[in-house]
Write a protein that binds this ligand. Structure first.
Ligand code: ZN
Length: 158
């Protein structure tokens, strides 16, 4: 059963309110995560609690339960001169930067005159999300995984 500190392997299909497919994973390359450590969006994690191997579920999340609402203040226009000269300004390119106390991943939207338009919102912020999930496997997490706060399945970071 999925409870805190289990490693869960999931197959899923993610669609938006318009039914467009945004992402998916199946048994050939399932999503593996450590349950109870906010590795996945809160609404999905709550919905998975208590499920068993083989269980399937349709989970519909509001933006708040998913990647949050769009924060207009994270949509910025900065002079090109504030970016390193050698940095390529290409739409879709991402970089990390501190804003106040928080670290955000910004995506370059494009250039407008001498300015660069960037967006620090998650690409899925503001969207209602529909997950169709199937639980493929569940196992207890190792002490190391709990310490690290993530699953080590298919992992190469060590
Ligand atoms: Zn680790």
């Amino acid at each position: 059963m999925i409870t805190k500190n289990t490693i869960v392997s999931l197959g899923y299909r993610l669609t938006n309110a318009e039914g467009q497919e945004l992402d998916k994973a199946d048994s050939s390359q399932p999503l593996s995560y450590l349950h109870g450590h906010r590795q996945i969006v809160p609404g999905l994690e709550n919905a998975l609690e208590g499920m068993l191997v083989g269980d399937k579920k349709e989970v519909s999340l509001s933006p708040e339960e998913g990647y949050g609402q769009i924060i207009p203040d994270l949509r910025l226009k900065l002079p090109r001169t504030q970016f390193p000269e050698e940095m390529e300004i290409a739409p879709g390119l991402q970089f990390e930067a501190n804003l106040g106390d928080n670290r955000h991943i910004f995506t370059i939207i494009g250039e407008e005159g001498d300015d660069v338009k960037i967006d620090g919102n998650h690409p899925l912020a503001g969207q209602s999300l529909n997950f169709s999930v199937e639980v493929l496997a569940i196992r207890p997490a190792t002490d190391e995984e709990i310490q690290h706060g993530h699953s080590h399945d298919g992992d190469s970071h060590h």
